[in-house]
Design a protein around this ligand. Structure first.
Ligand code: FE2
Ligand code: FE2
Length: 350
């Protein structure tokens, strides 16, 4: 057997010599089919209060326009930074954006899917002519390749978290970007179209707002939080994920995009979830409360406004260690993994 593998190895060398652009499978097998995700994505907690403070500090110095398409600070996973990748996990980009009163972040479009979770203030985003206002706690989506611009008509700065799937189109060599050429788009229907999609109230007469294939969605904080509170009053939720609601497109029942999904989780006071792992990675934004996340035995504390990156296929548990409830908004890549057929989850058998 040993002699045989030595023969195979020397034969392999001969393959390299004869065919420089061909490799024997056994030499690259573990690279092609690794037994686990490796250490590329590190579990990490960014101090959100410091990040938001820095965002406000630079806001008046860094002017929008030219190179600064958007004024955004981007949490970068330390494991990915080493590889020249500027995202929170290998599939999820999040960025913290500030738009000052009266400012316009000009219209453009791109193949990455985008979504926004408002942290402070109010802004108006126009998506393919449909204007959507969003304020603290609201979550909105921008479908792929839809023109979008952001305007702040209020008297306070608007700060939100963008969540995009930039690594996915990039990996697929399908990432494209285009400027609109003008600052803002003409409005088509105000927010009527979005309201129709969200509520199911469809006009019984003909209107020319035929973007239904991929509508922008809005999940208002009062609806999401109200649902969580009602659920928490009758259930402790999942022992692994707490009281969690998934945000779904009400017109299709599907996730908000083909790649990324969005959840909101309420952890009751004293909750400690059971250790488990899944192939999806997750980025959490802590809306309120404080606690810890333990990933593969390493415990990291988190508090209000912090951002947490959860490694795929790593055992983890969340604990609420504050006096009251904790609420965490999160973005995951479950839809992508599910559609490819590689979503897996399992509890830790301790
Ligand atoms: Fe954009
Ligand atoms: Fe989990």
């Amino acid at each position: 057997m040993e002699a045989q593998s030595r023969d195979m190895a020397s034969e392999a060398k001969a393959v390299h010599e004869v065919l420089p652009n061909v490799v024997p499978l056994w030499e690259v097998f573990s690279t092609l089919i690794p037994s686990g995700p490796g250490k590329m994505v590190e579990p990490f907690v960014w101090n959100g209060k410091e990040l938001l403070k820095e965002l406000k500090r630079i806001a008046y110095d860094v002017k929008l326009g030219g190179e600064v398409e958007r004024r955004v600070l981007v949490p970068v996973n330390p494991g990915l930074k080493k590889l020249g990748l500027y995202t929170a996990t290998h599939t999820i980009y999040v960025g913290f954006q500030i738009v000052l009163p009266g400012e316009v972040a000009g219209a453009h479009r791109h193949t990455p899917f985008a979504s926004r979770f408002m942290i402070k203030g109010e802004a108006w985003t126009t998506v393919d002519g449909v204007e959507i206002s969003f304020r603290e706690g609201d979550f909105i989506t921008t479908p792929r390749w839809a023109w979008h611009d952001h305007v702040n008509r209020s008297s306070e700065p608007a700060i939100w978290m963008d969540a995009l799937d930039t690594p996915i189109p990039k990996f697929l060599l399908a990432s494209t970007f285009q400027d609109y050429g003008e600052e803002v788009q003409p409005l088509m229907t105000g927010d009527l179209y979005t309201r129709s999609v969200s509520t199911g109230l469809t006009p019984a007469f003909s209107l020319d707002w035929t973007k239904a294939a991929s509508p922008p969605l809005k999940f208002a904080w009062n609806d999401t939080y109200g649902m969580l509170k009602d659920l928490a009053s009758i259930s402790d939720g999942s022992p692994y994920e707490g009281v969690t609601v998934m945000m779904k497109d009400p017109s299709t029942g599907r996730d908000v995009s083909g790649s990324l999904g969005a959840d909101m989780t309420l952890l009751k006071s004293g909750t400690r979830t059971k250790s488990h792992r899944h192939t999806m990675s997750v980025v959490y934004y802590v809306v309120k409360g404080r606690g810890t996340i333990t990933v593969e035995g390493k415990t990291l504390p988190w508090g209000e406004s912090d951002i947490i990156a959860l490694t795929p296929w790593a055992y983890h548990e969340l604990a609420n260690e504050g006096p009251g409830e904790a609420v965490l908004f999160s973005i995951n890549d479950r839809p992508l993994l599910t559609s490819v057929g590689v979503y897996r989850e399992e509890p830790e058998n301790k």
